[in-house]
Design a protein around this ligand. Structure first.
Ligand SMILES: Nc1ncnc2c1ncn2[C@@H]1O[C@H](COP(=O)(O)OP(=O)(O)OP(=O)(O)O)[C@@H](O)[C@H]1O
Ligand SMILES: [Mg+2]
Length: 367
């Protein structure tokens, strides 16, 4: 019988296993903790950079392949999963948002493509992975988040700060919960900038891993203020598959790049119509435009969401789909996109920590 494996042998075998996305050894990244050998079993805790990691299965397979049959006497591996969500690196001249590790901006070149629907459902999908999530409605002129979440109460105070509203564990802030919903917000640029800065810095966000920020369409004051005030983890672009929408998207991407905000990826919404009765998908606005755009601009494609009446009904009734039916077939696409998004945030943070922040992909002319 061979002598029992030692910890040194286990560490040696694990030294070659890399994180599939960061391409660095897990050991070097400090992601393997509490290594021990108990008889024929190697045990360890794997600390991911997000609980929404889409690579869990692959990491598990690769650890097992490196250890079982390679380290003498080890017949199986038992992993315990944990996550310590990485934080966006500070940027000179931009203040971090207190209590928030990552701010992700959901934007689009034009209105009505489903930014708010996507932001709200992604926030709940991220939350379901175990992350602590907030939602900031930065669409000051047309705040739709209160309607989509069925929020009617006003936020209270927490000492000197505003306490965000709680919607099923999600911390939410929206101008729509403060001003009279029937009166339009008519503000000049400086007032808008002040309001947005208050939402970022004067709200008592409570230890958030991700703050999802729903932006108004286009590339105006809100986008500029947000990108210039805080170190954003990155921006996500929502588009429908048609060309007209794609042309606007390119401008949004150019703006992020010029402001040195990482572009985390493209989401195609209303991508084909899914019949709620038979499940068949029909192309209404064309298909794959977002995927092709992402490819052309060398950006990650995070996923395609079909046009589905159940998605619209959920938003209208204040019960977003992912919250109302998290295990339903139609919610799965949001879970998959949330995982991809969280992985992109981790990668952007890793790249930023490793060197100067560089805009990814080819340069684009700013229109
Ligand atoms: N995948 C989808 N399937 C069905 N309906 C959808 C889908 N995505 C969005 N909608 C519906 O389309 C309408 C517009 O969506 P939403 O308000 O999210 O867009 P937006 O980009 O935030 O708009 P705005 O520019 O006005 O802020 C809403 O009625 C919403 O319920
Ligand atoms: Mg909106």
């Amino acid at each position: 019988m061979s002598p029992p494996a030692t910890l040194a042998q286990l560490e040696d075998a694990l030294a070659r296993v890399e994180d599939p996305e960061l391409h660095r050894p897990l050991m070097q990244l400090g992601m393997l903790k509490n290594l021990r050998v108990e008889g024929a079993v190697a045990r360890m805790r794997v600390v991911l950079t997000t609980p929404a990691c889409p690579m869990k299965d692959r990491i598990e397979r690769e650890i097992a392949a490196a250890v079982v049959g390679r380290v003498p006497g080890i017949e199986s591996v038992e992993l315990e999963w944990d996550a310590d969500v990485s934080r966006t690196r500070g940027v000179a001249g931009r203040a971090e948002v207190p209590g928030v590790r990552n701010v992700v901006a959901v934007s689009a070149g034009k209105g009505g493509v489903g930014k708010t629907t996507v932001a709200v459902n992604l926030a709940f999908a991220l939350q379901r992975t175990g992350a602590r999530v907030g939602l900031l409605d930065a669409d000051i002129y047309g705040p739709n988040v209160p309607i989509m979440l069925g929020l009617t109460e006003r936020p209270g105070s927490a000492g000197e700060r505003i306490r965000p509203l709680d919607r099923s564990g999600l911390q939410v802030m929206s101008i729509g919960t403060i001003v009279d919903p029937d009166r339009p917000v008519i503000w000049r640029g400086p007032m808008l900038v002040n309001a947005l800065r208050q939402f970022l810095f004067d709200v008592a966000w409570d230890e958030l891993d991700y703050l999802v920020c729903d932006l108004p369409p286009g590339t105006g004051d809100v986008q500029l203020t947000l990108a210039q005030s805080i170190p954003l983890s990155g921006g996500v672009i929502v588009t429908t598959p048609q060309d007209v929408s794609l042309a606007d998207v390119t401008k949004g991407i150019a703006m992020f790049r010029q402001l040195r905000v990482p572009v985390l990826g493209v989401i195609e919404n209303m991508s084909g119509f899914r019949c709620p009765h038979c499940g068949e998908v029909t192309d209404v606005f064309g298909r794959d435009g977002g995927r092709e755009l992402a490819l052309r601009l060398e950006l990650p494609f995070l996923g395609a969401i079909p046009l589905d009446p159940r998605i619209r009904l959920g938003g209208g009734a204040g019960e977003p789909l992912v919250l109302a039916r998290p295990d339903g077939e139609e919610a799965q696409v949001f879970h998959a996109i949330a995982s991809q998004l969280a992985a992109q945030v981790s990668q952007a943070n890793f790249r930023a920590a490793a060197g100067p922040v560089m805009p990814s992909g080819p340069r684009l002319p700013v229109a």
